[in-house]
Design a binder for this molecule. Structure first.
Ligand SMILES: CSC[C@@H](O)[C@@H](O)C(=O)COP(=O)(O)O
Length: 339
């Protein structure tokens, strides 16, 4: 158990090793810890699309390594950039990382300089997470309970995590006394991945069914909902894993505070509001079965949007490595992220 003021975190799920990219396969956890070796950018694209690597910052980092690897192999980079960009639509970190690589390329960077840029993107993400951990934990009163959603930990980032980083820091500082994680149907990021990270760190936590969240809030056990983000629009609206929006509504009703934790690479000032964010629709099969086994009657159909948008007015704090915006709105976002 974590009894000292040290926040654990040893998982590094995205690793550049010996000229190729190693990804801890998130489709198989917690049952199996298997690594996927990507030896070209096409394999990186596939790993992002098929969720071997997932979580907004992690897919941006993986894509940056994909571009660097293609440069090392002497590939034409424009098609590589375009294919990686199309792998998933909602998390802006993917486009942000590719734009950053593209700018370096346009400035004359050679293959080795692109490798250094990918490493910088990864290193900066880890540093941002640690800073956000401190800032976010500082908002939480000692003895609080928190509910989180999806997986926002080391697996979803360069390490440590965004919302889960706040939880790591908050538990280590003695501010967070109770942790609850929603299972995050249908892909079970909370049940399979967040619980795996928390158990590894010795952080006591309880899994809840997504549908238990309002009941949990009513019980008084949680004072904060702490989540990550896939894209934050210029007015402070936040796209995140499906189910986040209903948590924010339930939190408002019960007087539970709502915190979004994301690096500035998740902020998209070119998107005016959440209305403009493309929401990824995935294969209905993810809903109609579990682990490849059909659980719903043949012939049934399903609608499977995997993100939703939480309006800024339901958010108490957006925490980035640049600072905290309380009660976000367009003006506060402009002041912190405007060019
Ligand atoms: C630090 S991760 C923040 C978000 O990317 C996370 O909450 C999320 O929605 C991930 O979605 P996923 O579909 O698993 O990639």
């Amino acid at each position: 158990m974590t009894t000292t003021a040290e926040a654990h975190d040893s998982i590094r799920a995205v690793q550049w090793q010996g000229g190729h990219l190693r990804l801890l396969d998130q489709r198989l956890l917690p049952g199996e810890e298997r690594w996927v070796d990507c030896r070209d950018a096409a394999q990186v694209t596939e790993a992002i699309r098929d969720l071997a690597v997932r979580g907004a910052p992690a897919i941006g980092i993986a894509a940056a390594w994909g571009v660097a690897m293609a440069a090392q192999q002497g590939m034409a980079l424009e098609p590589v950039l375009a294919t990686l960009r199309a792998a998933r639509p909602t998390a802006v970190n993917l486009m942000w990382a590719l734009d950053r690589m593209k700018r370096r390329l346009a400035a004359g960077a050679d293959a080795d300089a692109l490798l250094r840029e990918a490493q910088a993107i990864q290193d900066e993400d880890l540093a941002a997470n640690r800073r956000m951990g401190e800032l976010g934990a500082g908002l939480i009163a000692p003895g609080s309970g928190v509910l989180t959603h999806c997986n926002t930990g080391s697996l979803a980032t360069a390490g440590y995590g965004t919302a889960l980083g706040v939880i790591r820091a908050g538990v280590a500082a003695g501010r967070i006394a109770r942790v609850y994680a929603g299972e995050t149907r249908p892909w079970q990021q909370g049940a399979r991945l967040t619980m795996w990270e928390l158990v590894r760190d010795g952080i006591p936590a309880q899994l809840i069914a997504d549908s238990a969240a309002a009941h949990l809030m009513r019980s008084g056990a949680v004072q904060w909902v702490v989540v990550g983000a896939d894209r934050i629009a210029a007015n402070g609206d936040v796209a995140n894993k499906i189910g986040t929006y209903q948590l924010a509504i339930a939190a408002k009703y019960h007087g539970v505070k709502f915190m979004v934790v994301a690096p500035s690479s998740t902020v998209d000032m070119a998107t005016g509001s959440g209305e403009e964010i493309e929401i990824e629709l995935r294969d209905p099969a993810e809903l109609l079965g579990t682990a490849g086994r059909r659980t719903v009657v043949e012939g049934a159909q399903a609608w499977n949007p995997v993100f939703d948008v939480t309006p800024a007015e339901l958010i108490d704090a957006i925490v980035t490595e640049r600072g905290v915006i309380e009660r976000p709105n367009g003006m506060a976002m402009q002041a912190m992220f405007g060019r």
